[in-house]
Design a protein around this ligand. Structure first.
Ligand SMILES: N[C@@H](CCC(=O)N[C@@H](CS)C(=O)NCC(=O)O)C(=O)O
Length: 229
């Protein structure tokens, strides 16, 4: 059996791969990347992912980055996991890639704009960046909600990695206070996701990692003074 490690951070887009690994049911190690300590920009981590980001998947010592690539790899390696629908033509296969790219290249940048606006716009520009993210999200959220008319999942009756990706996007916007009430099907989709045991196990990984981070920030420094994280 392959030895698999996922470099991840709680709440980040590595949650998508965490969910998919849990859905497949393959054993893996969740390796916490400590953003606050800058570990993702360290030479040690950049040897794994030169882009200094999560997720990174290590399979028997070989590193793979980018969610789209990781999900495609897992789908091909574990066909019984039904990570993505089977494609019988090049066009069908390319459309699945287009769906994943919609998440990574359209939705994820909107998450960054809306939820991490200070990082992009600085204190002064943050409100404008957030407003751009909020406005652009409306059209995309409507598209997702409309698509979910066709069944419980993005691909109708079949759960897939697309649902994990959309769930992560939903969670980030929801957690940042974006009004998702105009999109009831997407809300129901998120609730449906949360009912899945694999999703609960994935969330437990993130929660355990978050608890580790919180505990580390509580560590006392010399003389009993709180030590900076
Ligand atoms: N295109 C990449 C994006 C990865 C990405 O942006 N990851 C974020 C977390 S959601 C990250 O590692 N951010 C750390 C940083 O940029 O400093 C993918 O889809 O895997």
């Amino acid at each position: 059996m392959a030895e698999i490690t996922l470099f991840a951070a709680p709440g980040s887009c590595s949650r998508v791969a965490t969910i998919v690994l849990e859905e497949i049911g393959v054993p893996f190690t969740y390796e916490l990347v400590r953003f606050m300590k800058g570990f993702h920009k360290s030479p040690a981590y950049k040897a794994v992912n030169p882009k200094g980001k999560v997720p990174a998947l290590i399979v028997d010592g070989e590193a793979l980055t980018e969610n789209v690539a990781i999900l495609s790899y897992l789908a091909a390696t574990y066909p019984d996991g039904r990570v993505l629908p089977a494609a019988s033509t090049p066009m069908a296969a390319a459309r699945i890639i287009a769906d994943l790219c919609f998440c990574s290249a359209t939705l994820h940048p909107l998450v960054t704009r809306y939820c991490m606006s200070v990082k992009i716009g600085g204190e002064e520009g943050a409100a404008a960046v957030k407003a751009v993210g909020a406005e652009a999200m409306k059209e995309n959220a409507a598209l997702i909600d409309q698509r979910l008319c066709e069944g419980d999942w993005w691909y109708g009756d079949a759960w897939s990695a697309m649902d994990a990706y959309l769930y992560w996007v939903f969670g980030r916007f929801n957690g940042a206070g974006y009004d998702l009430s105009p999109y009831p099907r997407w809300q129901t989709h998120a609730a449906r996701m949360e009912a899945r045991p694999a999703v609960q196990r994935a969330l437990a990984h993130d929660e355990a990692a978050q608890a580790t981070l919180s505990a580390e920030r509580m560590q006392m420094g010399p003389g009993g003074a709180p030590k900076a994280a």
